[in-house]
Design a binder for this molecule. Structure first.
Ligand code: GLY
Length: 366
C-alpha cells in the first residue's frame, strides 16, 4: 500500500536534504526534533493566533521549554484580515524587545495565515532567521506548510508581498484534525483532492474509495491522507521550488477560484474557492474532450460529499473573468491556466479563451 505508515519525509533542493516533514499523532516527539536541530542554545518564539493559542500554546511551550534557551510567544488575532504588514510589525517588535538574534528560531503554530506570516517574518527579520512549521489545519498540513512560500496580503491583494524561505522542520500532528471545525476540514479537502487530480490518479481514487473513513477523520486514514498529499506536494516543490514552471500546476482551480475568493471578499474559504475553480476548470477540460462528463460529475459529487459550497451567487461572470486578469499568476499579460489532459495529470495552458471561461463559470455560478 503506497500510503503506508510512513512518519517522515525529507524535502530536498538540488539533491540536498533541506528539511524533514514529521508525521505523527501527538506533539510528544517535538522536543526530540528540536534537539536534533540544535535548539538547546536558541531562543524560540512561538507565533500563534487567537484561535489556536488557547488550545495548544501552553502544551507546546511546556514540551519545548526544556530543550532550548528560552521560549516566548506572540499571539496574533485570528483571520485572513490580519495577515498583513501591520501584524508582521508587531512580531518584529516582540523579537527586538526580546533580543532575538540571527541564530534564534520562530515557530509557526497554527493554520495557513500563521504559517505564511510567521515564515515571512522569519524570512525578513535580520535578513532571515530559521523557522519551524507546526501546522494545525488540514489545509496547512497538506499545502501551505510545505515548499517555503511565505507572505502576507497587501490591501486587497492576497499574498502580494512575500519571499521563498524554507522551514527547518514541518512537524505535523494529524490528531489535531479530529477537533478541527468541520468547515476547516472540508476546506483542506479542496487542496487534498486537487493534489490527486493534478498528479496522482491512484491517490485520487484512493480518496474516493475511502471517503467514508476520511469524513469521520479516522486518525489512521488521516495520516495516510496527509502523507499521500505531502508526497505529491514534495515532488512538485523539489522539481520547481520557485514556481518557474511545474509548481504552477498546484494552481489548478486557482485562476477562477482566486477571482471568486477576491470578489466574495474572502467570505468563501480558500480551499473551497479552489475546489469551485477546479470544477469550472474541469468543465473546460470536458468541453475540450480531455476528461469525460462522468469524471466531472464524480468530482462534483465528491465536493458535495465533503460538504463544500457548490456554487457562488451574487456575482456576474464578466466581473469574475475581469478579476482573473489581476491575478499574480499572469505572465506577460497572458493567463497561465492549469488544465488536466487526464485525471492525475495537469499542464499549463495559455490558450484558454474568455468564452471558455464564461461557459465554465456556468458550472459554479447561479
Ligand atoms: N500553494 C501552492 C504552492 O505552494 O505553490
Amino acid at each position: 500500500m503506497k500510503y503506508a505508515n510512513e512518519n517522515r519525509l525529507i524535502v530536498h533542493l538540488n539533491n540536498e536534504p533541506i528539511y524533514d516533514i514529521v508525521l505523527t499523532e501527538s506533539f510528544e516527539g517535538l522536543s526530540q526534533e528540536l534537539l536534533a536541530l540544535g535548539c538547546e542554545n536558541k531562543k524560540l518564539c512561538i507565533v500563534s493566533d487567537s484561535n489556536v493559542a488557547p488550545i495548544y500554546l501552553e502544551e507546546i511551550k511546556s514540551l519545548i521549554s526544556g530543550c532550548c534557551r528560552q521560549v516566548t510567544a506572540y499571539v496574533i488575532p485570528a483571520g485572513e484580515e490580519n495577515k498583513n504588514l501591520d501584524t508582521v510589525r508587531g512580531v518584529y517588535e516582540h523579537l527586538i524587545q526580546n533580543k532575538y538574534d540571527r541564530k534564534d528560531y520562530l515557530i509557526a503554530l497554527g493554520g495557513g495565515v500563521v504559517g505564511d506570516l510567521c515564515g515571512f517574518t522569519a524570512a525578513t527579520y535580520l535578513r532571515g532567521i530559521g523557522f519551524i512549521q507546526i501546522p494545525t489545519t488540514l489545509l496547512s498540513q497538506v499545502d501551505s506548510s510545505i515548499g517555503g512560500k511565505t507572505g502576507v496580503d497587501f490591501d486587497s491583494y492576497k499574498n502580494m508581498v512575500g519571499a521563498f524561505h524554507m522551514p527547518k522542520l514541518v512537524y505535523t500532528n494529524v490528531s489535531v484534525l479530529k477537533t478541527l471545525p468541520f468547515e476547516q476540514f472540508s476546506n483542506g479537502m479542496g487542496e487534498v483532492i486537487k493534489h490527486g487530480l493534478i498528479r496522482d490518479k491512484e491517490y485520487y481514487e484512493w480518496i474516493l474509495n475511502n471517503k467514508e473513513k476520511i469524513i469521520v477523520r479516522d486518525p489512521e486514514i488521516c495520516r495516510k491522507l496527509v502523507y499521500g498529499s505531502n508526497l505529491i506536494k514534495r515532488e512538485v516543490v523539489e522539481i520547481d521550488p520557485t514556481e518557474q514552471n511545474e509548481r504552477a500546476t498546484l494552481n489548478f482551480g486557482h485562476t477562477l477560484g482566486h477571482a471568486v475568493e477576491k470578489l466574495m471578499n474572502l467570505s468563501i474559504l480558500h480551499g473551497h474557492c479552489v475546489a469551485l475553480g477546479a470544477l469550472a476548470a474541469l468543465r473546460i477540460c470536458k468541453n475540450r474532450g480531455l476528461v469525460s462528463a462522468e469524471q466531472v460529475e464524480c468530482y462534483r459529487k465528491t465536493m458535495e460529499f465533503f460538504k463544500m459550497p457548490m456554487n457562488v451567487s451574487g456575482l456576474e461572470k464578466h466581473e469574475v473573468i475581469a478579476a482573473t486578469k489581476n491575478d499574480k499568476k499572469m505572465e506577460a499579460g497572458v493567463i497561465k491556466f492549469i488544465l488536466l489532459d487526464e485525471i492525475g495529470h495537469a499542464y499549463i495552458d495559455k490558450t484558454v479563451s474568455e468564452e471558455e471561461m464564461e461557459q465554465a463559470l456556468s458550472a459554479i455560478m447561479v
